[in-house]
Design a protein around this ligand. Structure first.
Ligand code: PA5
Length: 461
């Protein structure tokens, strides 16, 4: 398993005044060491727990035993969850089985994954109509046990299942939630669902290697031990002081410097692989929710954040690259490339006699994809647009687990470098409270009042 990080195109030698100087990198090295020490201390004292997840063999064993006990009884895994309770499972599914709609046909030996994360009624009701309740295993996931989207959809799914299989519904539902709190825990206990827990010190967007990501992954038949093996190797490297051996810290340092010293408020995550497309959406949440903050640890108002954008190579070369090349120079680009594809997609050797086609026969799609990525990187570099590249040897369970853990460590280190708390999400609370008030949940009268006054202001405007 190998993941390389190439930051050369972030340096002044390649992108001129938009790049980092050797002096800045040297100086930044000290800040990186402090960030590593600071984060290590918080993990050692139990404040943050995601680095321990790949080593939790007991949890992995329990999940595998459960998956083996239900294997063959379903052709669809229906995850009900949102945000950190859904995106990791989607990223793994996309990585290991390819993006919809090009997956192999689903069956009891290759169950598909349907993720109900949005409450768009046409999506949820359409998904239910496409699933057979007698061949569906429902996995409801909510750390808080109270997220309105998850709870409301789950109540519909639970009813749909009960109508079809009666009392046996409880055998077709597995819940992932907090062990000691939340109404989902209460309901699951009352109704006798199988339950798995995630540690309290692991936040939603850092939870893919807890039961949150591993239960749906195991139910889909993915090798969760290999996912965790890759993540464990990255974790060991992420605690090293030596920047050359610590890819997560080196990436965090370069990305933090280019963002803050060269004013790049946008980062484009640019996978050249459809299999990594789900991962790009998972990363978007990780980077945005973790690093977009109003205050720093000293309580000063900083309004810090770097907007992550997901772009797909080569598709978005024909959609976004015009902007990236000639629009505002406010972006840092991070290519995600893959060295080896299972099938390189050979172009038939037969020639057509046509100039625009006859240089291609005998070559491969993998070679073209690689050429297009290197060409885009060169073009961006030539116009002074800083970019870097992560390269995965291949897209398999071990590399996916490793890459996710690497990006989580990078995010945690970036939080330290910015002197912010990367693990809270106060900014999403107000909208949630207004929603509860609008939907009539008890205890939210104050927010009903605030919402009314907002509407009155709008009416007057
Ligand atoms: O990262 C986070 O903590 C959030 O994005 C949560 O994952 C998301 O809000 C869903 O929360 P819950 O798992 O409680 O339903």
């Amino acid at each position: 398993m190998a993941i390389q990080f190439d930051p050369a195109n972030l340096t002044a030698a390649l992108v001129g005044e938009n790049g980092l100087t050797p002096a800045e990198l040297k100086e930044g090295g000290k800040a990186a060491q402090a960030a590593l020490a600071g984060f290590h201390k918080s993990v050692d004292d139990g404040t943050y727990g995601f680095p321990h997840l790949p080593f939790d063999l007991k949890n992995q064993k329990g999940i595998l035993e459960y998956a083996a006990s239900v294997k063959g009884s379903y052709d669809t895994v229906c995850v009900v969850g949102i945000g950190g309770s859904a995106l990791g499972a989607w990223a793994l599914d996309c990585g290991l089985r390819g993006p919809h709609p090009v997956q192999k046909p689903f069956s009891t030996s290759n169950p598909r994954l349907v993720i109900l994360d949005n409450v768009d009624p046409s999506f949820v009701m359409g998904a239910l109509a496409s699933m057979n309740p007698k061949r569906t295993l429902v996995n409801v996931i909510a750390k808080s046990g109270a997220t309105a989207e998850t709870v409301s959809t789950f109540l519909i799914v639970r009813d749909w299942l009960t109508q079809a299989v009666g009392k046996k519904a409880k055998q077709r539902i597995v819940a992932v939630t907090s062990e000691h709190r939340g109404d989902l825990k209460v309901l699951a206990t009352n109704e006798g669902y199988r339950m798995f827990y995630l540690p309290e010190n692991v936040g939603g967007r850092f939870s893919v290697l807890s039961s949150v990501g591993l239960v749906p992954a195991a139910l889909c038949g993915f090798d969760i031990r290999k996912i965790c093996k890759g993540a464990a190797a990255i974790t060991t490297a992420a605690w090293k002081n030596d920047l050359a051996a610590n890819t997560a810290l080196r990436a965090a340092l370069h990305h933090w410097l280019i963002w803050t010293k060269r004013n790049k408020p946008i980062q484009v995550a640019f996978p050249y692989s459809n299999q990594l497309w789900g991962m790009a959406f998972w990363f978007r949440q990780l980077w945005a929710e973790s690093l977009g903050k109003k205050t720093n640890r000293a309580g000063e108002v900083v309004h810090v954040g770097q907007t992550p954008i997901a772009a797909l190579g080569t598709t978005d070369q024909h959609s976004q690259v015009q902007l990236y090349m000639e629009g505002p120079n406010d972006k840092a680009f991070t290519f995600w490339t893959v060295k080896k594809f299972d099938n390189p997609g050979r172009i038939p050797k037969t020639k057509t006699g046509l100039e625009a086609m006859d240089y291609l026969p005998g070559q491969t799609l993998a070679k073209l994809l690689d050429a297009e990525q290197r060409a885009t990187a060169a073009a961006l570099t030539e116009t002074g647009r800083p970019n870097s590249t992560f390269t995965l040897d291949r897209v398999d369970a071990e590399h996916l687990g490793a890459f996710m853990q690497l990006l989580e460590f990078e995010t945690a280190f970036a939080g330290e470098l910015l002197n912010i708390n990367a693990f809270d999400q106060e900014g999403v609370e107000l909208g949630k409270k207004f929603t509860f008030a609008l939907m009539g949940r008890k205890g939210f009268d104050e927010y009903s009042g605030r919402f009314k006054s907002y509407e009155q202001k709008r009416a007057k405007s």
